[in-house]
Structures are given as structure tokens and as C-alpha cells.
Ligand binder design. Structure first.
Ligand SMILES: [Zn+2]
Length: 320
């Protein structure tokens, strides 16, 4: 879904017989990199014919790859937090032989930006002298954590965040979610379907109505109330990030409410339409925009490793 550019690049490589030995797929977690990598492996090994730009999804090879049971296609995921050296050594041993039954051996190494420190040099040997009939695909969120020596030996392919509308359509059609929930998750997913699913439970646990009425839309808060809010927010960066992102969507809805004269269909939180209407009525557009701006500054600061508690306190002060 989406990702036309990376997919076209890979398909052209097949038709022009320019498939290289090592690729680096870069893009957010859960965006579809491993799916595209596996699909590429299917096309390269499909029994319906050579130089197909896509797998047939029916032959024995395609089906085995779908079930991760193909002897020549492997998806290596980190054990715990990082990839371990033994996982890479095992991969290298398997590369010493020709493919068993496929045309090409495809090794997909996920989390290439989270490798144990002793891996890069070991891996480099393989990338420098790639075995015949082998394609190694490294997947990573961020190229910052990958050594330049490794980067320079791979063809990098970037996967951009998907448009929010595409993610929410997918959540509705493929995962059977209601429109409200799908739009909310999509808008918090950073363009990543996998991420949207991952945060589903957490989002369901955030008291949106309370957040909207008691915090986002509260005109004036006492010092105790402000401190109470700062204390009640999670201290973990990732959880806090989600709450702040959620807060952005609430403010966004207030602004939509303010500027579109109560037209509820464009709201993310359309189940809170009455509450939104009331609060939007009490605020000026410029105050809402100002709060949004301050919120953006705060989340940027927290992303950049600023002290979370201090940043939140500063935000509450500016909000007032
Ligand atoms: Zn096939």
C-alpha cells in the first residue's frame, strides 16, 4: 500500500536485470519495509517465470515465502533489543552455499540500526564480498545509527510516511475498525500502518474527554491543578509523546470547529462533537492557534531529549 516509488525502483531493477547485492530500506517502524522486502523476494524466486516484477502468490515458492518457510529466504529479527552477533554469523554460514531451491537467496536483516556493537565489522565482510545469487536487505528506521562504511555498500531506498487518509482507509477496510477510531489512530501513526495498530490499545486507554475538558479546553487552571496535570502525565517519553500528539488532534478539532462553523464530519474526535462545540465557542481562534504552537514547541523539545517535567511545566505556564 503506497510506497509506489520504492516498489517501482525494485521492479525496474528486476526488469533491467540490475538487482544489486545489498539494499538498505529506510523508513519509520511499521511502515511496510519488511512487507516490500518479502514481496521482492517472492518476485525474485517466483516459479511462474523469471523477471517477474511481482510474485504470483500461488506457486510453492511464493506460498513458502508468505509463511516464512522458504529455505532460501530469511527474515532475521533482533533477539530482545538488538541484533546479536551469533544471528549474523549464522546468516553468513548459510550464505556459503548456493540457494537450495530458489534462484536467489534473500536475507532480510531487520533493525539494522540496532545492532550489537561487534556486528558491523562482521557484516561488512559479507557486504564487501557478497556471495553469488544473494540479496541482503537491511531495514532501518534511521540511517544516523548506521556506519558510513555499511551505508556506502548498500543501495538506499527511502520509504516515506503514508498519507493519513490511506492509513485510516486501510484500518477500516482491512482491520474492520470504525471510522472514528481509524481516523484517530491514523493521525497519530506518523504515516505507519504498523504503528497505528501498535498504539491501538494505548490510545483506547487515554481519557480523551477528560483531557479535552479538564486540560486542553480549560480556560484557567489553579497552580494545584496545573501541577496535578503535569504529575498525572506519564513520565516515559513514548507514552508522553502519544498524549501530546493526542492533544494536538484535540486542538486541531477545536480549530476545525471554530473555522468551519460546527461542521462535524471533518473532526477526528467526532464522538466529542458537543464538548468540542462548547469549548470552541468559548475560545478565540488566535488563542487556539497560540496553544497549538506552544504544544508543538514542547513536543519538539521533548523529542530532542529536554527534561519532560520542566518542559511540561513551561508549557502550562505559557498556555495560561
Ligand atoms: Zn509465485
Amino acid at each position: 500500500m503506497g510506497h509506489e516509488r520504492p516498489i517501482n525502483l525494485l521492479q525496474r531493477a528486476i526488469t533491467q536485470e540490475k538487482v544489486v547485492n545489498s539494499y538498505l530500506f529506510l523508513g519509520n517502524e511499521g511502515i511496510g519495509k519488511s512487507l516490500v522486502a518479502l514481496q521482492f523476494a517472492k518476485a525474485l524466486n517466483c516459479l511462474e517465470g523469471e523477471n517477474r516484477v511481482d510474485g504470483c502468490d500461488r506457486c510453492a515458492s511464493c506460498r513458502k515465502i508468505d509463511h516464512l518457510l522458504h529455505p532460501d529466504v530469511s527474515l532475521i529479527e533482533p533477539e530482545g533489543q538488538t541484533l546479536k552477533i551469533e544471528q549474523v554469523r549464522q546468516m553468513q554460514r548459510s550464505l556459503a552455499y548456493r540457494p537450495y531451491e530458489g534462484r536467489r537467496r534473500v536475507v532480510i536483516l531487520t533493525a539494522a540500526d540496532r545492532m550489537a556493537h561487534d556486528i558491523p565489522n562482521t557484516l561488512l565482510k559479507t557486504l564487501e564480498e557478497p556471495p553469488l545469487h544473494t540479496v541482503i536487505i537491511l531495514l532501518a528506521n534511521n540511517s544516523r545509527f548506521i556506519l558510513p562504511t555499511i551505508l556506502s555498500r548498500c543501495q538506499s531506498i527511502r520509504f516515506n510516511p503514508l498519507p493519513s487518509a490511506l492509513v485510516s482507509d486501510w484500518l477500516m477496510k482491512e482491520k474492520g475498525l470504525e471510522e472514528n477510531e481509524a481516523r484517530l489512530l491514523a493521525s497519530l501513526s506518523e504515516g505507519s500502518p504498523g504503528k497505528a495498530l501498535e498504539i491501538k490499545e494505548e490510545i483506547a486507554g487515554i481519557p480523551r474527554k477528560e483531557l479535552l475538558e479538564g486540560w486542553v479546553g480549560a480556560k484557567s487552571l489553579s497552580i494545584e491543578e496545573k501541577e496535578g496535570w503535569v504529575e498525572s502525565l506519564p513520565s516515559g517519553r513514548e507514552n508522553l509523546r502519544l498524549i501530546l500528539e493526542m492533544t494536538k488532534t484535540l486542538l486541531r478539532d477545536l480549530i476545525v470547529m471554530k473555522t468551519s462553523e460546527g461542521e462535524g464530519s471533518r473532526l477526528i474526535h467526532s464522538d466529542l462533537v458537543e464538548e468540542l462545540k462548547e469549548i470552541a465557542g468559548a475560545w478565540s481562534l488566535s488563542s487556539l492557534l497560540r496553544r497549538t504552537e506552544i504544544l508543538h514547541q514542547t513536543s519538539r523539545a521533548i523529542r530532542g531529549n529536554a527534561n519532560t517535567k520542566l518542559s511540561l511545566e513551561a508549557m502550562m505556564l505559557s498556555w495560561a
